[in-house]
Design a protein around this ligand. Structure first.
Ligand SMILES: Nc1nc2c(ncn2[C@@H]2O[C@H](COP(=O)(O)OP(=O)(O)OP(=O)(O)O)[C@@H](O)[C@H]2O)c(=O)[nH]1
Length: 255
């Protein structure tokens, strides 16, 4: 019995090694792509914290190569977790799936460029508040890499430029698709919108649940974190701030 178990383990680990070697074979024999990108980011003096975008330092081809490198590293994590990925039909391709999920989906805000945002003149010189929400928030916490799920609301008092309303959802999705802590995420979304349209007033509210507090840790199913950023006329004028919160309360914020 002992012999057959040890034979199975040996077979599995050699199959895993063979699989990893096959993926590595297809990679060029130079520095790992992650190192090449990292050197480039450092040379440019750019930060590369978990919640920073490094998309402008990566080509599309390099992104594909990066996924292969991540796949190999993830496979070794699964090997260390003593999971028989060679024989378990459920986890055979998991390293590849997770690598793709990180780079192209849940952390695409680090590796893919910001969506195209067209702006238009504020032809009628609207200087009233408009709000948008709820906007779905999907992110992951930097501490445990588990999901943050919630909603956000935006308030704008425009200046001379406006953008299509769907672009707010796209910007929130792009910025939030990185590992984050919520306080910094809220500031990053607000900064991105401010840089794009320089509104006279900007408010951003985010309400989200952190799986690191529900699925694990304190296992608290109801706690949500709320952050609000108010800038320009929303900060200077208490009536405008109140109007914004009244408006979003009417659109689900208080639920
Ligand atoms: N301020 C802030 N904290 C967060 C956020 N997301 C997760 N956290 C918290 O970050 C903390 C990480 O703390 P640590 O004590 O290093 O990690 P831990 O030992 O796993 O902590 P527990 O979650 O309490 O088990 C946890 O208390 C999380 O609840 C966030 O967006 N903002």
């Amino acid at each position: 019995m002992t012999i057959s178990i040890s034979r199975t383990l040996n077979n599995n680990s050699s199959e895993n090694e063979f699989k990893a070697a096959k993926v590595l074979e297809s990679l060029p024999t130079r520095k790992p792509i992650s190192q090449i990108i990292r050197d480039r980011v450092i040379a440019a003096g750019d930060p590369f914290f978990a919640n920073d975008s490094i998309a402008h330092h990566i080509s599309e081809l390099e992104r594909e190569e990066l996924k292969k490198e991540i796949e190999v590293k993830l496979q070794s994590v699964f090997d260390s977790l003593v999971i028989d990925t060679a024989n378990d039909h459920n986890t055979q391709e998991t390293a590849k799936r997770v690598a793709k999920m990180y780079v192209d989906e849940v952390f695409k805000g680090r590796y893919h460029p910001m969506p195209k945002v067209t702006d238009f003149p504020n032809a009628k010189e609207l200087d009233e508040i408009y709000t948008l929400g709820p906007i779905s928030v999907r992110s992951a916490c930097s501490h445990h890499f588990v999901p943050i799920v919630g909603q956000a609301w935006i308030g704008i008092v425009p200046s001379d430029r406006v953008i299509g309303i769907s672009k707010f959802n796209r910007i929130v999705d792009w910025v939030m698709s990185r590992p984050h802590i919520q306080e910094e995420a809220a500031i990053m979304v607000a900064d991105t919108i401010e840089n794009l349209i320089k509104p006279k007033g900007l408010a951003f509210v985010i309400k989200a649940q952190h799986m690191c507090m529900t699925w694990r840790g304190v296992k608290e199913p109801e706690t949500k974190m709320v952050n609000s950023i108010v800038r320009g006329s929303f900060r200077n004028d208490p009536y405008m701030k109140k109007e914004f919160f009244d408006l979003i309360r009417a659109h689900g914020f208080g639920d």
